[in-house]
Design a protein. Structure first.
Length: 428
């Protein structure tokens, strides 16, 4: 089986390690990249931020063990489950039992699907996901997040001059360092971009340091566990009512996104991660990480596009860098004041950075179409790409009984079906 899909110019490959000091800075850059989104999910759901941070680090380590430390993926809090978990919590009058039980079951669904993939192999991946499907899918993954980046950056009707300025400063620092800097500085552009943007945000009065002053120096993550801990941790109980089962259909969407995210990363790294170490291993890693997170009272985990974007921009695919980022996240979950300080990073800073990160992901989709020389003179290719982009970016929603498909999942389904049913043109 071929390991390489294309030649890429990585500074550090998956199995290569940077020097210790440089590696720590590279890992810290990944922590900054995932932090905003990882803590946003628990903030929306009213869950402990420290638990989400701890679970993201632990989940990433679980994933790495499952994938034999061969895939540079970071797992963070999943947005896909917010609506279903919020509904379950509302139906239970704020009790998290149904939500957490449901997400644990979703993790088990991942494992079951992984075992099925192990039995039937991965040849179907090439059949269902040729370049004409993969390219637009990757573009939708990146561009589907564009609105979030633009909103955070302040480029909206109610955006302020200060927000926009901070986002632009963050963007420009990151872009210029990535294109003009030499040596090690060139591979940590996001770290300096965030620091520069943060300083400007402080000068504009956009940073509230109250949470930092109120936080303890050392604070044990406030876990929720499904058994009695004599008050040391909070408790919930296993619950398998209709509110719980309503969460399971989300797995259809997230598994499709899982395949899409790994396809993006494969293109960036010039490898076929869905074949080596294999989709069954990546699914098991993601699923077990999600189940463990929910067991502890955290949100579901998912592969993070922000960190994939960092890999693409810096050309550092070292698994050890991601591993150390996970260890950083676990350590930070116990440092109350530092966690609070990181959480004060304004949305404008994250937005300026995200414009680059999400754009890099989308550009890799275009790169697939170019490198694989997809011929758009063939009408079938034009139809497949066009329909996928419109459905994926147009906010289309398809309800199939208890399952709701939208975004990446819906465009992927459309692309796969059209690729299978549309005939190839006859050429003389």
């Amino acid at each position: 089986m071929e390991l390489q899909t294309s030649k890429v110019n990585l500074l550090l490959d998956v199995d290569q390690n940077p020097p210790f000091a440089k590696g720590l800075l590279l890992s810290l850059q990944h922590v900054f990249a995932m932090f905003g989104a990882t803590i946003l999910v628990p903030l929306i759901l009213g869950m402990p931020v420290s638990v989400a941070l701890f679970a993201s680090g632990l989940g990433t380590l679980i994933y790495m063990v499952a994938t034999q430390f061969k895939v540079p993926v970071y797992l963070g809090s999943s947005f896909a489950f917010i609506s279903a978990m919020a509904f379950a919590m509302k139906q239970m009058n704020g009790d998290v039992s149904a939500a957490q039980s449901g997400v644990v079951l979703v993790g088990l669904v991942y494992v079951i699907v992984a075992l099925a993939v192990k039995l039937i192999g991965t040849k179907w991946i090439d059949r269902l996901l040729p370049p004409i499907v993969i390219g637009p899918m990757i573009m939708v993954i990146g561009l589907g997040l564009a609105n979030s980046a633009v909103t955070n950056a302040g480029f909206i009707k109610d955006g302020t001059v200060q927000q926009i300025t901070v986002a632009i400063v963050t963007f420009l620092i990151t872009a210029f360092i990535n294109t003009k800097a030499k040596g090690f500085l060139k591979i940590i552009p996001f770290l300096f971009g965030i620091i520069g943007g943060y300083i400007v945000a402080v000068l504009f009065g956009l940073v509230d340091f109250t949470p930092v002053l109120e936080a303890d120096w050392i604070a044990i993550p406030q876990l929720y566990l499904p058994f009695s801990t004599n008050g040391f941790f909070k408790e919930y109980h296993w619950y398998f009512g209709p509110e719980t089962w309503a969460i399971l259909p989300v797995a259809v969407v997230t598994i499709a996104e899982h395949i899409g995210d790994h396809t993006v990363l494969s293109q960036i790294c010039g490898r076929q991660f869905l074949k080596t170490p294999g989709l069954h291993r990546t699914l098991i890693g993601d699923g077990v990480a999600t189940a463990v997170s929910a067991f502890m009272g955290g949100p579901a985990n998912t592969t993070y596009g922000e960190n994939t974007g960092v890999v693409g921009m810096t050309r550092i695919a070292s698994v050890s860098v991601i591993r150390n980022a996970a260890l950083f996240a676990i350590g930070l979950s116990f440092l109350g004041k530092f966690t609070a300080l990181i959480s004060t990073i304004p949305n404008a800073v994250l937005g300026g950075m995200a414009i680059l990160l999400y754009g890099v992901i989308a550009s890799n989709g275009l790169k697939v179409l170019i490198e694989k020389q997809v011929d758009f003179r063939e009408v079938r290719n034009l139809i497949i790409a066009s329909s996928m982009l419109v459905l994926g970016l147009g906010g289309a929603i398809l309800e199939l009984g208890p399952v709701t498909l939208s975004g990446t999942a819906l465009c992927a389904l459309a692309g796969v079906i059209l690729n299978l049913v549309l005939p190839y043109e006859n050429r003389k």
